[in-house]
Design a protein around this ligand. Sequence first.
Ligand SMILES: Nc1ncnc2c1ncn2[C@@H]1O[C@H](COP(=O)(O)OP(=O)(O)OP(=O)(O)O)[C@@H](O)[C@H]1O
Ligand SMILES: [Mg+2]
Length: 586
Amino acid sequence: MASKNYSVLLKLGDYLLNYKGTLVAASCALIFTAGVTLAMGQGVRLLIDEGFIAGSTDKLNSAALFIVGVAVLMAIGTYTRFYLVSWLGERVSADIRQSVFDHLISLHPSYFEENRSGEIMSRLTTDTTLLQSVIGSSASMALRSFLTFIGGLILLLITNLKLTLFVLAGVPIVLIPIMLYGRRVRSLSRKSQDTIADVGSHAGEIIQQIKTVQSYTQEDNERLAFAGHVEGAFDIARSRIKQRAMLIAVVISLIFSAIAAMLWVGGNDVISGVMTGGELGAFVFYAIVVAGSVATISEVIGEVQRAAGAAERLLELLAIESLITAPDTPTDICDTSSKIEFKGVTFHYPSRPDTAALTDLNLTVDQGMSLALVGPSGAGKSTVFELLQRFYDTDQGRVLLGNTDVRQLKPQDLRSQLAVVAQQPTLFSGDVMHNIRYGKPDASKDDVISAAKAANAHEFIEQLPDGYHSYLGEQGVRLSGGQRQRLAIARAILKDPKVLLLDEATSALDAESEHRVQLALANLMRGRTTIIIAHRLATIRNADSIAVLEGGQLVAQGTHEQLLDTSSLYKRLSKLQFQERSNAVH
Ligand SMILES: Nc1ncnc2c1ncn2[C@@H]1O[C@H](COP(=O)(O)OP(=O)(O)OP(=O)(O)O)[C@@H](O)[C@H]1O
Ligand SMILES: [Mg+2]
């Protein structure tokens, strides 16, 4: 298990290798400071033996100067090391963050239905931050400690073999509890991160749905539920820090007992004249360096292990392959017309493998023609749009655009031919300009304005506090439903697609804005292949053909008059739904 984690960390090395120059310079600085730290021990020996004991002021002066010189070198080396290593940490975590995001937005949409967004966000933020702290400090501390440990040990051996054996005997006594506790700490840290992600996603959802929470007066229950998450996270964090504190306590007591034992044995040697006081001073210095190194390693090892967990999750995320990919030799989109066909399509949503959303569906819309989809809620109407945009692949049957299977096209090419006006149009928190331009970021201001005019949106936009530069708030909360729809229509008009997919809003708009939306839609549909999920008689009558869906199946197709004769479902829908709405318009 542990070795797997470390191999994951090694894979991260690929990211580091992009900065070979900095890496080499940082390693040099690291080795240099480790060496200088060790040289300090010699300064201590000189100071004691040649200064104090020999009673020479000159020698004392030069020994003190030597120490100051070494300290200056250490300061310069540490400055360089700290700067370069921290730079690497920040740079690599920025790169990983970017590549995880780049990868995420190319994934198939169902991935985001199966994984909570809070969890994914926490990988992008918490996990990458952890990596940054490990690469930028913990790892270099561990490496530097490792070097001073090895160097210190060698110098110990040179200074006094017997005493060094004490140190070596101490090493396994110290390492075994470290490894035992380290393992516990690691599994707890993973849990701790998961619970923090729970806290984040819970809060995110509640804040997004704040009006529903308040209107059902569920504040107290939500507070309780949140407290549950927070306390759960705290409990896990507490047992983690308890284990870690324990780890540090064990290490400190073991190491300092060992040092005391050494001082006692070494002190006897000095008394009996086997070694000089300076040598004992240097020995103690090195022993402290060695002990400090082991302590540092034991302290950061938990951090490094946590980072291994974080890295594992990030690499897992990077390894997920999109289910929706372009074929090796995609068909050129220019060759395709904009005729739309569904041939024997059966489809189950991945999260509901047992219920078919569409069953053996056949539909054809010729180029430039329009088809209205009608049917009860849950009939599969919006699903037709999802498949046409290839957010999912069919289980059986084919979806064709201009006689080409959509799987033969690059998804971006396919989607560039389509524009969707959704049931609940999605707006971003930027300004009006940004939202209308979304499908065509390079459109000129004049183009945006004429699209807004065609969508009957220009007037209300002008009346907003900052006109086209008014901010809309998250998900466009500062606009009414009808205004949002007209912005979405303007966005589609500006994109100027060959194929239009309109999901008519079910919510009743007032007669005035309904009429405006209708006019905007009529502008948009002219000359394009259109599928419109219709709830209003006016829209249905304008369509070239009407398809009635129920339970994922096509149950009837024809014109309004034909269907009134042939389809009892249509007749019923028409009586209940369409008439009512058409009354509202007039
Ligand atoms: N992302 C999804 N994951 C799983 N099941 C889904 C998903 N989206 C829709 N469904 C299910 O698929 C079926 C068809 O849904 P669809 O959204 O196509 O209905 P609709 O005809 O557009 O209904 P409405 O008129 O209410 O918008 C429904 O039973 C729905 O519960
Ligand atoms: Mg729908």
